[in-house]
Design a protein around this ligand. Structure first.
Ligand code: ADP
Length: 274
């Protein structure tokens, strides 16, 4: 009987244990595989520009003194790739900051039009090169009351994608309007008339490393992190983001952000005083 009891206990223990282990392993495996994918992606993205910097630096050393024009070209390669590395590192740091909830937002009220104008200026060279027009459709009086840097990062990312994935001769439009009522704040749309995205991808677009066409994204210097960072930031700001797209017609990202003061009111006890 002692044996019998022990066996029974063992059996139950075993099956319970097996079940628990099974669940754990599935979770652990999934996380482990996500982590592996992440590391593999990051390594790949880092390796390409680092290799370019090193070989350009080496060749430049040989060209110095003998071929100043050639040396300048290699310097440009170094600069371009270092900038790409910086972007990737910034993306990774952002992601880790957001994941550890270290994103501190400091809201201020500012006019959207000059903000967007400045932002468009940063894209001018790249957009001109690709003959992509960036248009602003924003009334002078539209204001935002959010963290300026966070908004800059969000809109920059969306415009960057539009310029990146649109064919030559496309138009990107940044539209903004005030929203009233309970959702007092700002609604911003970044729209392009490029290739569009098939519907089956839309639901997964904001996932980390999700790319419609991985080869093309990497070739364009993309990390697959941009939209997941955008979504996280927008949500940290109390807003939301949506995408609509029609193949052959283009893609529109729409962000709705509440005014920071509205958010404080909604959370605080003074909410119903007016
Ligand atoms: P990536 O670094 O690859 O650009 P993102 O997270 O920013 O990563 O975007 C995910 C994918 O969504 C891109 O790889 C691209 O395929 C697609 N995408 C994003 N914006 C657009 C757009 N405006 N038009 C077409 N495809 C887009």
């Amino acid at each position: 009987t002692t044996n019998g009891v022990r066996n029974k206990t063992d059996k139950e223990g075993l099956s319970g244990g097996l079940l628990a282990v099974f669940v754990d392993v599935t979770d652990v495996r999934r996380l482990e595989s996500l982590r592996r994918d992440f590391v593999a992606n990051v390594s790949h993205e880092l390796r390409t520009p680092v290799t370019a910097v090193l070989s350009a630096a080496e060749t430049m050393e040989l060209a110095l003194g003998r071929d100043p024009e050639g040396a300048k070209r290699f310097l440009a390669i170094i600069e371009r790739n270092a900038a790409r590395l910086q972007r990737l590192i910034e993306d990774l740091l952002d992601l880790s900051r957001i994941e550890s909830r270290e994103l501190r937002l400091r809201s201020e009220r500012f006019a959207f039009e000059p903000f967007a104008n400045h932002l468009v200026g940063m894209f001018r060279e790249r957009a001109d090169k690709k003959r992509v027009a960036i248009k602003l459709d924003v009334a002078k009086q539209v204001e935002a009351e959010v963290d300026r840097r966070a908004l800059e990062q969000v809109v920059t990312n969306l415009v960057d994608n539009a310029v990146k994935y649109c064919p030559e001769g496309s138009t990107v439009t940044i539209h903004a309007e005030a929203t009233t009522g309970r959702e007092r704040g700002i609604r911003i749309r970044v729209a392009d008339d490029g290739h569009g995205i098939e519907e089956k991808h839309l639901g997964r677009l904001f996932e980390r490393f999700y790319r419609v066409d991985a080869g093309r994204s990497r070739e364009m210097g993309g990390t697959g992190l941009g939209l997941s960072i955008v979504k996280h930031i927008v949500e940290a700001m109390g807003g939301n983001i949506d995408v609509t797209s029609t193949v052959g017609k283009g893609t529109t990202f729409e962000i709705k952000l509440p005014d920071a003061s509205t958010r404080i009111h909604e959370r605080g006890s003074t909410r119903d005083l007016s």
